[in-house]
Design a protein around this ligand. Structure first.
Ligand SMILES: O=C(O)[C@@H](CO)OP(=O)(O)O
Length: 247
C-alpha cells in the first residue's frame, strides 16, 4: 500500500510581505498569497491529486490557503481537522519584529540562531505583549502547553503526536491527506519524514503556496526522500527567497 500526503505552506501573508516575524500572530494572506493558494490547487488538479481530508493549523493564513486551493480543485467539501499542533513555531519576543532590523541589531550569528538553529528558542514573549496570544479563546484548553516561545525541536515534540495519531490514521484509512500549515511546522514534519539531521534542517526552507507531495510506504516512510514539488523550478527559487529573508 502506498499512501499520499500533500504538504502545503500557506501563501504569502501580510507579514511575509512586510518581512516581520509572525509565529502565532493570526495575519491574513496578501492578494499574491491568495493567488499562490489558487495556483497550488490548480497544480494538484493538473497532477490528478484529489485530497480526501485536510488538516490545518488554527491560523487564518493556513485555513484560507486550504480553502482557496480546495475550492479550485472542486474538493471544498472534504472533511477538515484543525489543531494548534500544526501552528507555526511560536516566535517568542520576536513576533511582530522586523527581520532586517533584528539582523542589523543582533548580527548574523544570533539572527540565524534564532531563525534556524534546532534547539535555541528566541526570548519568551511577555504575556502583555500586543503580539502575545494571551486570552485567545482558541488556545483556552492548552493550559501549561501554551508556549511563550519555541525552537524547532519544540515544534517537532508537539507535532509528532499529531502526525502519528491523526495524520497517519487518515493515511492508513487510504485517504489522500492535505496538510495546510506553515514554514516551520512543515519543516518539523519534513525533518521527521526524511529523518533530516539537527544540523541539516537549518538549510531547509519551505516556499509559500507550493504543494509538496510525499508517497509513503506501509511504515509511513517516503518512497523518495524529500518528496516532490509539483512545480520544482518555482519551488527552488521561492525556497531560496525564504532563506534570504532579512537581507
Ligand atoms: O515569521 C515566521 O513565523 C516564519 C515564517 O514566515 O519566519 P521564518 O522563515 O523566518 O522562520
Amino acid at each position: 500500500m502506498t499512501y499520499t500526503l500533500v504538504l502545503l505552506r500557506h501563501g504569502e501573508s501580510d507579514w511575509n510581505a512586510k518581512n516581520l516575524f509572525t509565529g502565532w500572530v493570526d495575519v491574513d494572506l496578501t492578494e499574491k498569497g491568495r493567488a499562490e493558494a489558487v495556483r497550488g490547487g490548480e497544480l494538484m488538479v493538473a497532477e490528478g491529486i484529489t485530497p480526501d481530508i485536510v488538516h490545518t493549523s488554527l491560523l487564518r493564513r493556513a485555513i484560507t490557503t486550504a480553502n482557496l486551493s480546495l475550492d479550485v480543485a472542486d474538493r471544498h467539501w472534504i472533511p477538515v481537522k484543525r489543531d494548534w499542533r500544526l501552528n507555526e513555531r511560536h516566535y517568542g519576543a520576536l513576533q511582530g519584529k522586523n527581520k532586517k532590523e533584528i539582523l542589523e541589531k543582533f548580527g548574523e550569528e544570533q539572527f540565524m540562531q534564532w531563525r534556524r538553529s534546532y534547539d535555541v528558542p528566541p526570548p519568551p514573549i511577555d504575556l502583555d505583549d500586543p503580539y502575545a496570544q494571551t486570552g485567545d479563546p482558541r488556545y483556552a484548553g492548552l493550559g501549561d502547553a501554551m508556549p511563550r516561545t519555541e525552537c524547532l525541536k519544540d515544534v517537532v515534540t508537539r507535532l509528532v503526536p499529531y502526525w502519528e495519531n491523526e495524520i497517519q490514521n487518515d493515511l492508513a484509512d487510504g485517504l489522500t491527506v492535505l496538510v495546510a500549515a506553515h514554514g516551520n511546522s512543515l519543516r518539523a514534519l519534513v525533518k521527521v519524514l526524511d529523518d533530516v539531521s539537527d544540523a541539516d534542517i537549518a538549510g531547509l526552507n519551505i516556499p509559500t503556496g507550493m504543494p509538496l507531495v510525499y508517497e509513503l510506504d506501509d511504515s509511513f516512510r517516503p518512497l523518495t526522500r524529500g518528496g516532490r514539488y509539483l512545480d520544482p523550478e518555482a519551488a527552488r527559487a521561492a525556497a531560496e527567497a525564504v532563506a534570504n529573508q532579512g537581507r
